[in-house]
Write a protein that binds this ligand. Structure first.
Ligand code: NAD
Length: 312
């Protein structure tokens, strides 16, 4: 099977590409290298991986990247609400315009798997988010991902996943993600400061995220043209609960702060039963993630460019 991965040099992409190569797929990555390409270097020893440096906003580059592909996994995006707020024009161009290019260039026979986002749901403090409800995104990130979903579904032969916030190790590590950020702070600063600890959030390990994409490819026949929340009931946690679990395991301080405010207003409990009924179960637990991150973060000493308020 030949698979195009746009954004394959990113946090999720690097893990997915590894999994695809382990399955004997031929993989082409289209990535503009907004993030450094170094994490892909060891994988490029495998001749079944081809790298194309290019931008999803460039229609020709997208056409070339799609040539011969059986499946496209569309990860390239301006990801997260802080990045979208920093450059709203770019966010629209990439998240919507890039998806439009892919949609226009893709033949009906080429399956697309598109990870959208649970950010689409916005704030739903009193209910359970299901795929049937009308999403009400609070941020430009959420609204561009929702628009992209619609484009992808209109063309058909598509599976849309709405993943929870990812956590865990990847060759292209992201420390702005809530779980990973808490881990970094716990290990490097000895304290986790939490605003709005009661906000409910949902999580998914990055390898389960990649596995779900493979699952969607394998089961496209029955999942086609559907939207599926990706996560697990046990991984619906408040920010305070998550921080407390990490603080307890690592023996660090937990500080609930009334002084600041988290600009990320997402607050929701999510129903993951639709994807589970298809047969997908997330394997990695919160504790697995804590142990794994604690091991991985020992060997890096990164300055954390993210302030308390900017994780997502
Ligand atoms: N990480 C999460 O928690 C999460 C949760 C839900 C959904 N998603 C979705 O999964 C996808 C991957 O997320 P990620 O965490 O790996 O993000 P990431 O930022 O680590 O990776 C994005 C990749 O896209 C590339 N890229 C950006 N703009 C591009 C362009 N114009 N043309 C080509 N390549 C471009 C970047 O260089 C980068 O390698 C995104 O679509 C995101 O919306 C992620």
């Amino acid at each position: 099977m030949r698979v195009l991965v746009t954004g394959g040099a990113g946090y999720v992409g690097c893990v997915l590409v590894q999994e695809l190569l382990a399955r004997d797929c031929e993989v082409r990555v289209l990535d503009s290298l907004r993030k450094p390409g170094a994490p892909l270097v060891p994988l490029l020893a495998n001749p079944r991986l081809e790298f194309q440096r290019g931008d999803v906003r460039d229609r020709r580059a997208v056409e070339e990247a799609l040539r011969g592909a059986d499946v496209a996994v569309h990860l390239a995006a301006v990801v997260g609400y802080p990045a979208c707020e920093r450059d709203p024009w770019l966010a629209r161009e990439v998240n919507v315009g890039g998806t439009l290019n892919l949609t226009a260039a893709r033949s009906p026979a080429q399956l697309i798997v598109f990870p959208s986002s649970l950010s689409n749901y916005g704030s739903v403090p009193d209910g359970l988010c299901t795929e049937e409800m009308e999403p009400q995104p609070l941020t430009l990130y959420g609204s561009t991902k929702l628009e992209a979903e619609k484009l992808v579904l209109e063309k058909g032969n598509a599976v849309v996943l709405r993943p929870a916030t990812a956590f865990g190790l990847s060759p292209q590590l992201r420390l702005d993600l809530l779980f990973n950020n808490f881990m970094y702070r716990a290990l490097n600063e000895g304290v986790i400061v939490v605003y709005q600890p009661h906000f409910l959030r949902a999580f998914i390990h990055v390898r389960d995220f990649a596995r779900a994409i493979l699952f969607a490819i394998d089961n496209a026949e029955r999942m086609r043209d559907g939207v599926y929340n990706l996560g697990a009931e046990a991984l619906n946690l408040t920010k305070g609960e998550l921080a407390a679990r990490i603080a307890e395991r690592l023996g660090c301080r937990l500080q609930i702060s009334e002084d600041g405010e988290d600009p990320d207003k997402r607050d929701y409990r999510v129903d993951f039963s639709k994807l589970e009924k298809q047969g997908f179960t997330a394997q990695m637990t919160i504790n697995d993630g804590i142990e794994e991150m604690a091991r991985g973060l020992q060997v890096i000493s990164l300055p954390n460019p993210y302030s308390n308020a900017s994780y997502y």
